[in-house]
Design a protein around this ligand. Structure first.
Ligand code: BGC
Length: 505
């Protein structure tokens, strides 16, 4: 079947669009900061002594664990990290309604307010309950921000630059993680062991920037049209595209929003067969992103390093070195994603991560076996492990990291966009929770095999992309549905659905 080429909308990359996207992407900064901060804090002795004395005794050899792999194994300790993702899951689902009815910007403001209150609870905590409540509040913020910011960015960006601009979200996530690693390293040694309060409390700074920034942002043209404000959408399009020649794009947004008017129940609608490709990706992309195993490193690098024999300071320093690879790799991705496309990055990143996972498994297995008693570790060993983890992290940070948020935000048609994005956030948070909560138990039971476990998923996800993902580079959002039709597997699936429908009429 002959297919027409996608529309070429005029318009350029305006200052307004760049500033707007950078501002919105600060939502990622807080997400990243909260991701990065907990691992370091939970490896600080003063923090463990105050809130988790039994883990402290086990880890500091007062009551040693029989197996080196198991010395941080405490479900209460991991609950401190993971509780955030439970509330993010709930908030992500609820946020779809705010995003649809009140706009993307409103959801960002609500998210920012949760962030501010969560950091205050954590920084001032004098009992586990305050720590957990703080993490839950932060989670509500993350659910709201991750639901609204990626779709906002994709809707504001000119389609030619959508990949790069959307990835500013991931760039700020990685900067947030890096800053948290750095703070943990410095704060671990100050304030008589109370430095963790600064680590947790300073998240308030990006949170305030995000609230103020969101208050100043305009709503996206798609969101304005979806709420019947066509004239405001026209004026905003003129400003962000830097041209008055916006009628073609506005017309397509209006057409897309007509489909929205027929959708009374977005959650039910997205189960229709014609939306199956989008639904499959809404679930699989975040699932696979988390089952690359990257967050084992993000959350627990310091714990992992202490497990394999590094000292406390070396562990925190190694986390800083690894953390610095993420923003740099994501920056590279920003510059190449709209040139090489999403598929190339997915496939290359997958291969790179797999090779590193195999090397890590062998390196840890050879030194530790299953007993986990390391003895004196040679220096070259530490350098190899940290080096391989850096290459692995770089592979993630230019592929599944940013694409895990970009791809869902660009493939959902307007009528089901908020609901689908909520699914993506929900699945992401559920899987993040799973890994955050059960990592120490998995390490204790699977030992070095843990890295192969995630390596197996990397193989599956790479084949999945190769077979099922159509390239989305340079395709306007309103034309995306045609890409599924052109795809050899999805095209047949959709045709078969239409034929069935005709027969039943
Ligand atoms: C993921 C996070 C991850 C981060 C690391 C994000 O895209 O959703 O779970 O920690 O990237 O760079």
């Amino acid at each position: 079947m002959a297919m027409e080429a996608p529309h070429q909308y005029p318009g350029k990359l305006t200052f307004r669009v760049v500033i707007t996207c950078i501002m919105a992407a600060t939502g990622g900064l807080i997400f990243g900061y909260d991701h990065g901060v907990s691992g370091g804090v939970t490896s600080m002795d003063s923090f463990l002594k105050e809130f988790f004395p039994s883990v402290y005794e086990q880890e500091s050899n007062v009551k040693p664990s029989a197996n080196q792999y198991c010395k941080f194994n405490s479900q209460i300790l991991t609950l401190f990290t993971s509780s955030l993702y439970l509330s993010a899951l709930v908030a992500g689902l609820g946020a779809s309604t705010i995003t649809r009815i009140m706009g993307r910007r409103a959801t960002m403001i609500v998210g920012g307010l949760f962030f501010v209150s969560g950091t205050l609870f954590n920084g001032l905590a004098d009992g586990i309950w305050m720590l957990i409540v703080g993490r839950l509040l932060l989670g509500f913020g993350i659910g709201c921000a991750n639901q609204s910011v990626p779709i906002y960015l994709s809707e504001m960006a000119p389609y030619k630059y959508r990949g790069g601009l959307n990835m500013c979200f991931q760039l700020s996530i990685t900067i947030g993680i890096f800053v948290a690693n750095l703070f943990n390293y410095y704060f671990a040694k100050i304030l008589n062991g109370q430095g963790w309060r600064l680590s947790l409390g300073l998240g308030a700074i990006p949170a305030v920037i995000f609230v103020v920034g969101s208050l100043c942002l305009p709503d996206s043209p798609s969101s304005l049209v979806a709420r019947g404000r066509h004239e405001a959408a026209r004026q905003e399009l003129v400003k962000i595209r830097g041209t008055t020649d916006i009628e073609a794009e506005l017309k397509d947004i209006i057409t897309a929003s007509e489909a929205l008017e027929n959708v009374k129940h977005p959650w039910k609608t997205l189960l229709e067969r014609k939306y199956r490709p989008q639904l499959v990706f809404a679930v699989c992309i975040p699932f696979f992103q988390q089952f690359t195993g990257l967050n084992v490193i993000t959350f627990y690098a310091p714990i992992l390093f202490r497990t394999i024999g590094f000292g406390p300071t070396a562990s925190l320093m190694s986390a800083v070195i690894i953390g610095s690879f993420k923003p740099v790799s994501t920056l590279i991705s920003i510059f190449v994603v709209d040139k090489f496309g999403r598929r190339t990055l997915f496939l290359e990143g997958g291969a790179q991560m797999l090779i590193c996972q195999i090397i890590m498994t062998i390196a840890i297995a050879v030194t530790f076996g299953t007993s986990g008693n390391p003895g004196q570790l040679p220096k070259w060993y530490a350098v190899v492990i940290v080096g391989v983890i850096c290459v692995y992290v770089a592979g993630f940070a230019w592929s599944w990291g940013p694409l895990g948020w970009l791809v869902p935000s660009e493939i959902f048609p307007l009528e089901i966009r908020p609901a689908c994005q909520s699914i993506t956030v929900g699945v992401n948070m559920t899987c993040t929770f799973f890994i955050a909560q059960f990592f120490t138990a998995m390490l204790c039971h699977m030992k070095f095999g843990l890295f192969l476990f995630f390596g197996g998923f990397v193989v599956i996800m790479t084949i999945f992309i190769y077979k099922l993902f159509p390239e989305t580079k340079g395709v306007p959002l309103e034309e995306m549905h045609k890409e599924w039709q052109k795809h050899p597997i999805w095209g047949k699936f959709l045709d078969a659905g239409r034929a069935d429908e005709k027969d039943s009429k």
